[in-house]
Design a protein around this ligand. Structure first.
Ligand SMILES: Cc1cc2nc3c(=O)[nH]c(=O)nc-3n(C[C@H](O)[C@H](O)[C@H](O)COP(=O)(O)OP(=O)(O)OC[C@H]3O[C@@H](n4cnc5c(N)ncnc54)[C@H](O)[C@@H]3O)c2cc1C
Ligand SMILES: NC(=O)c1ccc[n+]([C@@H]2O[C@H](COP(=O)([O-])OP(=O)(O)OC[C@H]3O[C@@H](n4cnc5c(N)ncnc54)[C@H](O)[C@@H]3O)[C@@H](O)[C@H]2O)c1
Length: 478
């Protein structure tokens, strides 16, 4: 019998794949890895899924391949949904009845789109936006439709609405809350964002609670709302949030949270010490992390624990940007100023459709959050100050009020070499600086050499800042 540890990974989304990549690189042949993936293809870049509508192919989006996994010695099976776990025998069973033994089992089953339980939700041309197959189905249906409607005005809903618009549909977004992106931005930001989304040609309807979807008169469907208004559409796209895919844990007696999610400790172990959970299926200290970077950090923590290291998961930053060309929207840290005694400083210019807000702690010394709409130039520098608890050297309002700002300093100039620029792939400023010294003087070249900005992409601006800063230094030295 092989003395290697048998690792079985359930799910080959971005996080499951990152786990495989990391453990294969670090274990030096001491593990036997098996990947069981439900989807009909190996891992692809879900973060950039919308680019599939912009002309990218499934191959362009793929993060791995049959050949690459074979090179790593990873056994992999697509169309293989795991349906059973025998914790005592340490085996998993797939839907097809195949049994795989494990020493360590890693659940990387991600999440699924939440579809509000409204009558009519299963009618023809009602979709979710999560996989390549979903996008194929949406595209095919859109060819026969004139009007599309997105339920949910969050980060994904707005991306999806833009996609429907680009597919040529008259597009509506309906949002339950009084504003768009209520999780990430405040009312002031929501006001400006609504104008920007409407400028793209998408109609925004907030405070809409759908009673049901029934037959339409001019379109295929009619949505009737609790305020007695209605909207007609040919296609409905649900983007009303996500829920952790914790079915296996529920069915096989692994602890889950009150509202779902597989409970993990700092090593990403579940209530069974030989079973780990990482990514969007995992619940750490009562929180699900619906972004890719925290999932990657969990993957590294699980790898570390399995291989005897001491790197642990200690939570993650949820700052993010909306990915819509021409619509600058960013949210950093405590954007809603929920920290007790937090202080808020806001600037709004309705003519330029700009809204900016910074939040400090009660002393006013440290930045703890920000909202940027219409101009996110300061995102990198504010994020850096927030994450690294850099004491403010000037008034908080000088961070956002143009007349008080003076020339914007390159935030990379004063950063220590050890600062993480790309938190998805743990690439430091020092590593990027080395690449630049070796001739990588564009973001694409730095990405190819270091992997910085190759995952969620939020750090692209900061990578550019490091390039500018280092090239300026090299020019002075020359
Ligand atoms: C359009 C879009 C844009 C996004 N943009 C961003 C962004 O800009 N920034 C950001 O940080 N995040 C973004 N996200 C979120 C990001 O994609 C997720 O955080 C990330 O992909 C989660 O990865 P995961 O591996 O945990 O889960 P998933 O991607 O859900 O992967 C889980 C995999 O496990 C499989 N699986 C489930 N159950 C089983 C089973 N029983 N057996 C076998 N396989 C199983 C699933 O089929 C799936 O393939 C975006 C998401 C979408 C949909
Ligand atoms: N740029 C990015 O970082 C990015 C981009 C896309 C997706 N994502 C991630 O993908 C996941 C899914 O995104 P999402 O936008 O679906 O989730 P979300 O939870 O951010 O937003 C869902 C929105 O739907 C609304 N909603 C819920 N039920 C509704 C109903 N019945 N009618 C109308 N509105 C309703 C909510 O109020 C909320 O505003 C999230 O984890 C998100 O972080 C991130």
């Amino acid at each position: 019998m092989s003395s290697k540890q048998r690792i079985v990974v359930v799910g080959n989304g971005m996080v499951g794949h990152h786990f495989v990549d990391q453990i294969a690189a670090q274990a030096e042949g001491q593990v036997e890895i098996t990947v069981l993936a439900e989807e009909p293809r190996l891992a692809y870049d879900r973060v950039h899924l919308s680019e599939y509508f912009g002309g990218k192919s499934a191959d362009d989006l793929s993060l791995t391949s049959d050949t690459y996994y074979k090179t790593l010695g990873v056994s992999h099976f697509i169309n293989s949904r795991v349906t059973g776990i025998d914790k005592a025998a340490k085996t998993v069973t797939t839907q097809a009845g195949e049994v795989f033994p494990y020493d360590k089992l890693v659940l990387a089953t991600g999440s699924y789109p939440f579809v509000p339980p409204m009558p009519g939700k299963d009618r023809e041309n009602c979709f979710v936006y999560r996989t390549i197959e979903d996008l194929d189905a949406i595209k095919a249906a859109a060819e026969k439709c004139k009007v599309g409607l997105v339920v949910g005005g969050g980060l994904l809903g707005l991306e999806a609405a833009n996609a429907l618009k680009q597919l040529g549909l008259k597009t509506h977004v309906i949002e339950f809350a009084p504003q768009l992106m209520p999780t990430q931005i405040d009312i002031g930001g929501g006001r400006q964002l609504k104008q920007k989304i409407e400028a793209l040609g998408v109609s925004v309807h907030t405070q809409k609670a759908t009673k049901h979807i029934i037959d339409g008169e001019t379109c295929l469907h009619k949505l009737e709302f609790s305020d007695d208004t209605e909207l007609e559409t040919d296609l409905v796209l649900f983007s009303a949030g996500i829920r952790p895919q914790d079915t296996l844990a529920r069915e096989f007696d692994i602890e889950i949270g009150e509202r779902g999610g597989i409970v993990i400790n700092d090593n990403c172990q579940t209530s069974d010490e030989n079973i780990y959970a990482i990514g969007e299926c995992a619940l750490w200290q009562g929180r699900i992390f619906g972004l890719v970077s925290p999932g990657y950090t969990m993957a590294r923590a699980a790898v570390s624990h399995i291989l005897g290291g001491d790197f642990t998961f200690q939570g993650a930053d949820m700052s993010t940007k909306l990915k819509l060309m021409g619509v600058d929207v960013a949210s950093i840290g405590d954007a809603h100023a929920r920290t007790p005694n937090a202080k808020t400083f806001a600037y709004e210019n309705p003519e330029k459709e700009v809204y900016k807000k910074v939040v400090t702690d009660e002393t006013g010394e440290f930045l703890i959050g920000a909202v940027l709409i219409g101009d996110s130039t300061e995102y990198d520098s504010l994020l850096f100050q927030c994450l690294n608890r850099v004491p403010l050297t000037d008034t908080a309002e000088s961070l956002i009020v143009p007349a008080l700002q003076g020339p914007i300093k390159n935030p990379a100039d004063d950063m220590p070499e050890s600062t993480f620029i790309c938190t998805c792939n743990l690439v430091t400023k020092g590593t990027i600086a080395e690449a630049i010294q070796q001739g990588c003087d564009t973001v694409d070249l730095v990405r190819a050499k270091t992997k910085a900005s190759s995952s969620c992409g939020t750090c692209v601006g900061m990578v550019q800042n490091v390039i500018d800063s280092e090239l300026a230094k090299l020019a002075i030295e020359a």
